[in-house]
Design a protein around this ligand. Structure first.
Ligand code: DQQ
Length: 521
């Protein structure tokens, strides 16, 4: 499926749609499989799924980026033309912000980019006292009602994470706003910030400069100290130029994560062609550098996800873009079925190494759910008990599994009874994912905000050889994992539904598809 998997790649940069063509740039090491010598690689697509590679758009060829063309964003100007703002690491190893403009705006593929002589446009100076080694990853700019462009740049002072805001009338001359847009103590460096409006009235996306009625704002940071992407929902006060969170805040212990597994340095863009906001994220390897070097590549981009505000207003929801369904073939549908406690059911008829699986469960015996240990507030800790015998659950899927179940990755739900409600936890357990290769095999966990009394428990899983992307509760909780099976590969891979709970449950929906390969780099 969608892996832009050549040499070492990481952060998605500057996603946009221009003249009907989707563009993705990404951090790329043209000389090796591990991070280093970073340039902006560039690919284009008509459908977000099949991609055509182009030569790097930004290379390390000026004094302002000779030590790396680091992350940044694209902004579409009112004329419709794009402009890139990115972090260059200069001759002094300082992080400065540079512009790049298309050489030929009539080319929908935007192959050639010009770096104007006046770069850098924002830099650490003796006056602004900005820490020059923690000043990076400019956002897409938005146009204020006062006619000024604004963007934010990630920063820290001491251990306090900050989003510094800069303003400009002409996109060339920038000045710093009096206060950071947002800051928080003891959070470490905030990389790859993102600020965007979400509609309060449905799944449709809002254009990046939208403010006022009908939208809330999302602020996201990639936490360098924890290696996860966390967000807060709130309002952007465009008079004071501050972000005021109403739910969540950017913290190291935050539960408000885009994805509770591997997903970092992400970035959204507004897809005006169908009025949606699309999220891109980097999935790194779980293997060590030596393994990556012998394999010859590392890192990939997750399937792009549509992202919107849940109708509760309390959290975001994500779902693979609908275009991914073009790769589906050979649908297998199972009739409604009881899954007895302690049973395993093979889902045959699909290519289990590359599949899209949608399954929903109903639980007839909820009142017998185990009591929640209220001292356990971390779902990952609960998931680390493993997928062994439980009360209501664990139930879910064994993916990339060997026939004899010696090797598998378990993605599953467990339901607990708390004082006034049921608590649903989703886990992705990689501890049994490979018989031979030694790598980081964590177990990830997330709370899923669904009421199993009224709602079915749904799980969508995209499986692609070494990548398992799970969307629980119709996209309320997402977990992405990297696994490297040794037996459950290609034709040796199998797919099972399982219920290790004591009580029987019902599979109310089960549809699975083999997935064709996309055209990738
Ligand atoms: N990756 C880039 C930085 C960014 C980091 C360097 C996040 O700009 O902060 O490759 O993964």
């Amino acid at each position: 499926m969608l892996c832009l998997d050549i040499f070492g790649i990481s952060d998605p940069n500057g996603p946009m749609i221009y003249k009907g063509t989707y563009h993705l740039f990404y951090q790329y090491n043209p000389t090796g499989a591990v991070p280093g010598n970073i340039v902006w690689a560039h690919s284009t697509s008509k459908d977000l799924i099949n991609w055509t590679p182009h030569p790097p758009a930004l290379s390390r060829d000026t004094p302002h980026d000779v030590n790396g063309c680091w992350s940044g964003s694209a902004t579409l100007l009112p004329s419709g033309e794009p402009i890139l703002v990115y972090t260059g690491v200069n001759t002094e190893n300082q992080q400065v912000q540079n512009l790049a403009i298309p050489k030929n705006p009539s080319d929908p593929n935007l192959i050639d980019w010009i770096k104007p002589q006046y770069n850098p446009v924002i830099a650490p100076t003796q006056q602004n006292m900005i820490n020059a080694t923690s000043f990076r990853d400019p956002t897409t700019a938005w146009l204020g009602r006062d006619g000024l462009w604004r963007l934010i740049v990630g920063n820290k002072i001491g251990q306090n994470g900050r989003m510094l805001m800069f303003m400009s009338r002409d996109f060339v001359h920038w000045f710093q706003s009096k206060n950071p847009l947002y800051s928080r103590r003891d959070t470490g460096m905030w990389e790859c910030p993102d600020l965007y409006p979400v509609s309060t009235g449905g799944e449709g996306g809002a254009e990046t400069s939208a403010v006022g009625r009908g939208v809330k704002h999302v602020l996201k940071a990639s936490m360098n100290d924890g290696f996860f992407d966390t967000y807060a929902i709130g309002s952007y006060d465009d008079g004071k130029d501050v972000f005021v969170p109403e739910r969540g805040s950017l913290r190291l212990d935050s539960r408000m994560r885009y994805d509770h597994g591997k997903f970092y340095a992400s970035k959204t863009f507004f897809d005006g062609s169908v009025k949606r906001r699309v999220l891109w994220g980097w999935i790194n390897e779980s293997t060590d550098a030596a393994t990556d070097i012998s394999k010859g590549w590392s890192g990939l981009q997750a399937i792009p996800r549509k992202i919107w505000l849940h109708k509760s207003g309390k959290q975001l929801v994500q779902w693979p873009v609908k275009e991914i369904e073009k790769l589906r073939e050979g649908r297998v549908i199972f009739p409604t079925k009881e899954l007895k406690g302690g049973s395993v059911l093979e889902i045959s008829g699909v290519t289990a190494s590359q599949a899209d699986v949608e399954i929903s469960f109903e639980i007839p015996t909820l009142e017998k759910a185990e009591e929640m240990d209220t001292s356990l507030t971390d779902p990952q800790a609960i998931c680390s008990y493993g997928a062994g015998k439980g009360g209501v659950g664990p139930f879910g899927l064994l993916v990339l599994a060997s026939k004899d179940l010696q090797e598998y990755t378990a993605v599953y739900f467990r339901v607990f009874r708390a004082k006034t409600r049921y608590v649903v936890i989703m886990c992705s357990d990689q501890s049994r994912s490979s018989l031979s290769l030694d790598y980081d095999k964590p177990t990830y966990g997330a709370f899923v905000d669904v009421d199993p009394v009224k709602e079915k428990l749904s799980l969508r899983t995209l499986i692609d050889h070494s990548i398992v992307e799970c969307f629980g509760g119709d996209g309320k909780a997402c977990i992405t994992a990297r696994v490297y099976p040794s037996v459950a590969i290609d034709g040796g891979a199998h797919l099972f539904a399982f219920n290790n709970g004591t009580y029987d449950i019902k599979i109310s929906k089960l549809a699975a598809w083999s997935m064709k390969a996309a055209q990738i780099n």
